[in-house]
Design a protein around this ligand. Sequence first.
Ligand SMILES: [Zn+2]
Length: 362
Amino acid sequence: MRRLVFCLSLMSLTLSGILAMGAPVYGEPIAKQLFGKMKSPAPLSARAIGSYARGCLSGGAMLPISGPGWEAMKLWRNRNWGHPQLVKYLERFATEAQTIDGWPGLLIGDLAQPRGGPMLTGHKSHQSGLDADIWYRPKPAEPLSKSERADSWSIKLADTYGRKVITENWKPGYVKLLKRAASYPETARIFVHPAVKRALCEGAGSDRAWLRKIRPWWSHNYHFHVRLKCPSGYSGCANQPAPPVGDGCGKQIAYWMKKLEAGEKWSKTKPKKPKKPKKPKKELRMADLPKSCRAVLNAGPGAVSAAAYSTAAPLPVRRPAVAAAAAQSSTARASTAKANKDASLPRLKGLTAAPLPTRKPQ
Ligand SMILES: [Zn+2]
C-alpha cells in the first residue's frame, strides 16, 4: 500500500513536471524597463517605498534645476526627482553650506527617476527617492547652461585605488562641507572614497561624532552620496541598520587602506579578457519589488498599461523539481544556495577573486 501511494505521488510529480515543461511560464516584466520610461511622477501621496536598492517612489518632487546654492547636472537623464524630504534636505544643505560655511555651492548629480525604481543605466540604489549624488567640484559662480550641465564633469579627489586624496584638488573646506551634510538628523549615511574618509578623519579635530555617518565605499572619488533615513509615517519604507558605532577612523581606515592596496595589485595582474564569457546579470523583475510599486506605475499620466505586464518575455521553462534536484551536483547546489541568500548583493563576475570587503555598504 505504502509503495502504491509512493508510486502514485511520484507519477503525479512527474506529470506535473511534464506539464510544467510544456506550458509557457510568463515572467514578470523587467522593472527597469518600465521605471526607466516614466517621464513624470506618480500623482499619489509622497512615499519612499521599499529599500534603497529594491524600491520605488510615489509622489516624487523635482529638485529645481537651479537655486542660489546649487545647480542640477545632467538634466537629460531626468533623475532630479526624489522624496519631497530629499529635495527639502538638498535645498537646505546647499543654502546653509553657502551662507554659513562659505562654500561656493553644490553641483548635484543623480537623485532618482520620476517614479524611482531600477534604472536602465548605472546605480544599484537610488530607487526609493532618498539617495542623491553630489559632485566634489564646487558650483561655479556663473549660472550653467543646459549644454554645460550635460558636458561638464566633476573633479576627482582620489584615484580609484588611491590611499591619499589628491593634494591639488583637496581643500579643508571639504571637512566643513561633509560635516554639514552629515549634521542633519535625517541623514542616514554618506558614502565617500576611503581616501576621502581618511582625510576627513585627519581634519575633523575633536568633534568627531558626525564621522560615524561617513562611510568609505568604492567608486566615490568624483562624488559623495547622501542617503536619508526613511521619512516617518509610512511603514513600507525599509531603513538600513544604523552604521557601526564609533567614528570609523583608526582600524577601519587601516583595513580599507589594505583593501585599496590589494585592489591596485589585483587590477594590474587581472587578465585583460575574461576567460569565460560573462553571464547576463539577473535583472530585478516587478515581483522583486514591493507590490505597491505596481500602483506607482499604474497611476496618472504615463501609466503603464496592463499589456506591459502580459507581454513580458517568458522566463526559461523550469525543469521538474525532482529531476532538476537530482541532476544538480552538490557543489552547484551549495553555490546556488549561497547566491540566493541575499539577492540584493551586486553580482561581481570576475571580481570574486578581488580583495573586496563585504559588498554591502556599511
Ligand atoms: Zn550614488
